[in-house]
Design a protein. Structure first.
Length: 79
């Protein structure tokens, strides 16, 4: 008689295996990703353009240059 392993246990084991595998190969994986991005930078930006336009339109905050400290003129402004 063999003992059946539950689906949750299988998922937990697989997640643990994948994490260990990633840690073993982390340097190679990150190097590969970096190389891919450098070689395909333009194509990636073209593909993602529609996404970032919608994202920026939805989440961009309006900045008031008079009060925002990111503007150099406001660094030394009296309180």
């Amino acid at each position: 008689m063999s003992k059946k392993i539950s689906t949750a246990e299988k998922k937990r084991r697989k997640a643990e295996y994948e994490k260990k595998r990633y840690q073993r190969n982390k340097k190679r994986i990150l190097k590969q990703q970096s190389k891919y991005y450098k070689e395909n930078k333009t194509d990636i930006r073209i593909r993602r353009e529609a996404y970032w336009k919608v994202y920026n339109k939805r989440y961009r905050k309006e900045i008031d240059p008079e009060t925002d400290k990111r503007f150099k003129a406001n660094w030394d402004a009296p309180e």
